[in-house]
Write a protein of this length. Structure first.
Length: 374
């Protein structure tokens, strides 16, 4: 992404304009992010949870912290949030950012359904993420007033990347407390969509107008799923990808309906991460990757633990050659669940500038500029 500066403070506008002439085009927008570990920027650091990425080697390639872990579940940048990095909601003093660059509410192991991710203990489910947004909004109203808040939110981009964990919980060998196994897959997909729609409409009532909803990627190809499905020789589990595709199709259809229903007073973009990711997997050599199956960190077999913390000298024990791959830029998967920064950057670039096969009906760059009907 060539977004280099993201400041919405109007006092800085003239400086920005000057800067723009001398440098790359600036794409600055306020972003509110919701989702799971694909977009968590550190909320889980503040929770009691088994789903954490705040120790080395997570973040080892994250330039903004010189390789210090941040709570992002990858080696560097995530696909959403650009380079403005809206702070995690739970971080101290994040609130001020609510009226500037935006806030990140995403939480590792969270799902659309409140019960998803129970095994990891702490996580912020989508309904709770929207509760937190509501708190931020109360703060915005104090600063900007009700009218000011509405016009501020009208121009902000609301990105939602969630659903993977709901589907992973569904396919996992029956875990009694989750109580899903008796539901057939299409009923489960419908539950996900209707629960998601409830939250999208809630955000809309609170003033959100520009939405980007990211579909679920090809989960059947991630090392964790291939292991639990015993797919060691094939690139992907076809049955799991079929489940994902069924969900994505319903999602796409639902977003079409919302666009019709809202009649250009709001816009819902569908981000087709599935096809982008699948293209990388199938043509990985063309993209410069060498390993498409193994996680760079955490080894080849369950339990796939990448996060090994520090030794007594404070160094990560996980960057020994047996635990961490040699060249991180050659791997598609960072750990058993998450893509490497290299893949995230490809995805970010496609969502920003791609055609309607990637981002429908418009891409993120167009979404940011999009003029809503008054
Ligand atoms: C949300 O999902 C649950 C299953 O987890 C389902 O019982 C409920 O009907 C769904 N809610 C809506 C609004 O569809
Ligand atoms: C891990 O990497 C850091 C910096 O890249 C290095 O200083 C440290 O010695 C490494 N630790 C091991 C055990 O290889």
């Amino acid at each position: 992404m060539s977004t280099i500066l993201c400041l919405t403070n109007s006092l800085l506008l003239s400086i920005l304009v000057m800067f723009q002439i001398l440098s790359l085009p600036c794409l600055c927008f306020t972003a509110f992010l919701f989702g799971d570990s694909l977009v968590d920027a550190g909320n889980n650091n503040y929770l009691f949870t088994l789903s954490k990425a705040n120790s080395p080697p997570y973040g080892i390639d994250f330039a903004a912290t010189n390789g210090r872990p941040t709570g992002r579940f990858t080696n560097g940048r995530e696909a959403l949030g650009g380079t403005s990095f809206p702070p995690p909601f739970l971080a101290p003093n994040s609130m001020d950012n609510a009226v500037h660059g935006g806030i990140n509410y995403a939480s590792g192991s969270a799902g659309i359904l409140p019960e998803t991710g129970t095994l990891f203990i702490g996580r912020i489910s989508l309904p709770e993420q929207v509760d937190y947004f509501e708190q931020s909004r109360d703060y915005m109203v104090k600063i900007l007033g009700e009218e000011g808040t509405l016009s501020f939110l009208r121009n902000a981009v609301f990105s939602i990347a969630i659903g993977s964990n709901d589907l992973i919980d569904y396919i996992e060998p029956s875990i009694p407390i989750l109580g899903h196994p008796t539901i057939d897959s299409s009923t489960f997909q419908r539950f996900m969509i209707s629960n998601l729609t409830t939250q999208l409409k809630r955000m809309h009532r609170l003033g959100a107008r520009k939405f980007m909803v990211v579909g679920v990627g090809p989960l059947g190809c991630i090392p964790f799923v291939r292991a639990i499905e015993l797919e060691f020789t094939t690139l992907c589990s076809a049955s799991v990808n079929e489940l994902v595709n069924g969900y994505n199709e319903r999602l796409r259809h639902e977003l079409d309906s919302l666009n019709t229903e809202m009649d250009s007073s709001a816009i819902f973009v569908y981000a087709n991460s599935y096809d982008v990711f699948m293209d990388v997997l199938l043509n990985y050599r063309d993209y410069g990757f060498e390993d498409v199956k193994d996680p760079c960190c955490g080894g080849h077999f369950p339990s796939f633990v990448c996060n090994k913390g520090k030794d007594t000298q404070g160094y990560s024990r996980t960057n020994s050659s047996s635990d961490l791959c040699g060249d991180r830029s050659k791997y598609v998967f960072w750990d058993a669940f998450h893509p490497t920064e290299a893949v995230n950057i490809i995805l970010a670039e496609k969502l920003l500038n791609g055609d309607s096969s990637v981002s429908f009906p418009i891409n993120i760059r167009e979404l940011y500029r999009y003029k809503l009907r008054a």
